[in-house]
Write a protein that binds this ligand. Structure first.
Ligand SMILES: [Zn+2]
Length: 276
């Protein structure tokens, strides 16, 4: 197996609050993430592990949940997963994600996997259809899992030419529905929030959350123009340093949206959400 093939289904796991040692992770990640094929797991760098799956099914499974809760010795370690990128940088999360899209009211004559994939290609890279679509037991709506770039546009419909028996080709617009689009901040290059909710871009949002701290940092009065610039830069850096803490709460909010949408994630203890 070449290096590239070995990394075809590679996924990065990010632990935010500690992690079991790598020898333990070799055993518990395949089991708890329900991986069926061979898998190679190694520490990438601080808090990041590289999970090299060997099958498309495991790859999709790893990227389909917004958060895994890895249980070890009566503790849960939250682990988020991202598609591995050759230019992986721990400071920047990839904008690639996997989402479900639906094509409601798709005419039965074009309700086949090949056509559905070609329609879904307008959104991203189609990976798989759901069972009901595959078995054609729900002709009212086709559902496809698609790898998307969250920085790209998401079309609400796609035009298709349907050939009639007479040879005439008629155009038809097919609607595209998105079950849930993860949030991604282009400025921070992080998942879990968008630019409107970004504390770095909107310092006033941070001020609202933590009034006391901001009041403290503004007590010192800058005496020169340079001081003002330094103070402004320092404040942005402070917010950036704390962004990871808020990131988890943003992520938890995102998780709620997933729960309200299609995929409800259940923990081992039967609850649907872990409070930290
Ligand atoms: Zn941001």
């Amino acid at each position: 197996m070449s290096v590239n093939e070995d990394l075809e289904y590679a996924v990065v796991g990010k632990f935010s609050y500690g992690w079991p040692n790598i020898q333990e992770l070799w055993k518990i990640i395949p089991k708890q993430c329900e991986l069926k094929g061979d898998v190679n797991i190694g520490l990438l760098c601080n808090r990041y592990v590289l999970i090299r799956a060997s099958t498309m099914e495991d790859y999709i499974n790893l990227l389909s949940k917004s958060m895994f809760y890895i249980a070890h010795r009566n503790w849960y370690y939250p682990m988020r997963t991202f598609k591995w990128d050759p230019l992986f940088d721990p400071e920047e999360e990839t904008s690639i994600a996997i989402v479900w899209i639906s094509l409601p009211a798709l005419p039965p004559n074009i309700f086949d996997r090949e056509t559905i994939f070609s329609l879904a290609a307008a959104v991203g890279k189609p990976l798989q259809v759901d069972l009901a679509t595959s078995n054609k037991t729900r002709q009212s709506c086709a559902r496809v899992k698609v790898e998307v770039d969250l920085l790209s546009d998401f079309p609400k419909r796609v035009n298709v030419g349907i050939k009639k028996k007479t040879g005439e080709i008629v155009e038809k617009w097919i609607d595209i529905k998105y079950d849930y689009l993860p949030k991604y901040c282009k400025s921070c290059k992080l998942h879990g929030h968008n630019e409107k909710e970004c504390f770095v871009l909107h310092l006033e949002l941070y001020q609202k959350e933590d009034d006391n701290e901001i009041v403290d940092t503004t007590k010192e009065v800058a005496s020169t123009k340079d001081d003002v610039e330094v103070e402004k830069k320092d404040k942005v850096e402070t917010v950036k340093q704390k962004i990871n803490n808020h990131q988890e709460s943003w992520q938890e909010n995102g998780q709620v949206e997933v729960e309200n949408g299609v995929e409800v994630e259940c923990l081992n203890d039967g609850t649907q959400k872990k409070e930290w």
